[in-house]
Design a binder for this molecule. Sequence first.
Ligand SMILES: [Zn+2]
Ligand SMILES: [Zn+2]
Ligand SMILES: [Zn+2]
Length: 65
Amino acid sequence: MTRSTETRREEYLPCLYCGQRYGPDDVALHTEPVHCGRCITCVDKPACFDCRLMYCVCDVHQYRG
Ligand SMILES: [Zn+2]
Ligand SMILES: [Zn+2]
Ligand SMILES: [Zn+2]
């Protein structure tokens, strides 16, 4: 148990948008742009993105508190 100094690279990088690490199964959810088109803040963001805009009408990105 003496190899703690070895820097282990993360298997998966955290998502730019939601900060979660994702595996191959969720790649599309975190990287594939969703052309929701209604809201300029979240258009072309992946599905995991939560739009904080108060008046966002987007079904995909609308923040669900
Ligand atoms: Zn994400
Ligand atoms: Zn959207
Ligand atoms: Zn939005």
